[in-house]
Design a protein around this ligand. Sequence first.
Ligand code: PEP
Length: 249
Amino acid sequence: MVRKFFVGGNWKCNGTTEEVKKIVSTLNESEVPSEDVVEVVVSPPFVFLTLVKSLLRSDVQVAAQNCWVRKGGAFTGEVSAEMLVNLGIPWVIIGHSERRSLLKESNDFVGDKVAYALSQGLKVIACVGETLEQRESGSTMEVVAAQTKAIAERVKDWTNVVIAYEPVWAIGTGKVATPAQAQEVHNELRKWLHANVSPDVAATTRIIYGGSVSGANCKELAGQPDVDGFLVGGASLKPEFVDIIKSAT
Ligand code: PEP
């Protein structure tokens, strides 16, 4: 298979030690398709990264939810890519819409972060997606292309990049994109990569969907030819995350 199915769980700013241990034990005790079929990555808050990594089954990987844009130093409150590498954390989510909107992370800043994280050896889940207003004004592809362009201008090797298409109107709202809506944007994004990066990058880069994915809607979304997996928020804290992983088969 050219593009292995990918399921990420973004726990956001949730959890106590006890809750985190419970989520991990549910995952550890579940039967999921093998690593050859699906790549599974969970992303706890920074403070739980080491705990989760130490308790989690070895076929599920761990991601941070963010990292600093350059080498660490006098940046109070930030966590650097080097620190994540030092902890043995292989993945990082960059450019999540909550950070773009609440913390005003621009396309260029996100692009810089992606490039720096990759340069340090991290693998990156890079998030893009339009707001409801942008969709309704017909500028979805323009917005998503501009976000992707800021990454493409700074990244040469796409091997360790997964793009998460996450329409902002679908995140945490229970209003999931229809399979046709997701497929349309994923396909356009792939065409954009083909034209602006390379045919090989377009063919091999995984484009995953995020936004109110659940056990109930994952199967139909997973059946779309350009949907290579999911980034899951709310449902990744629940046992139904296992059903979403199973949608890989
Ligand atoms: C997310 O936070 O990346 C996300 C997709 O959230 P949810 O699944 O809750 O919509």
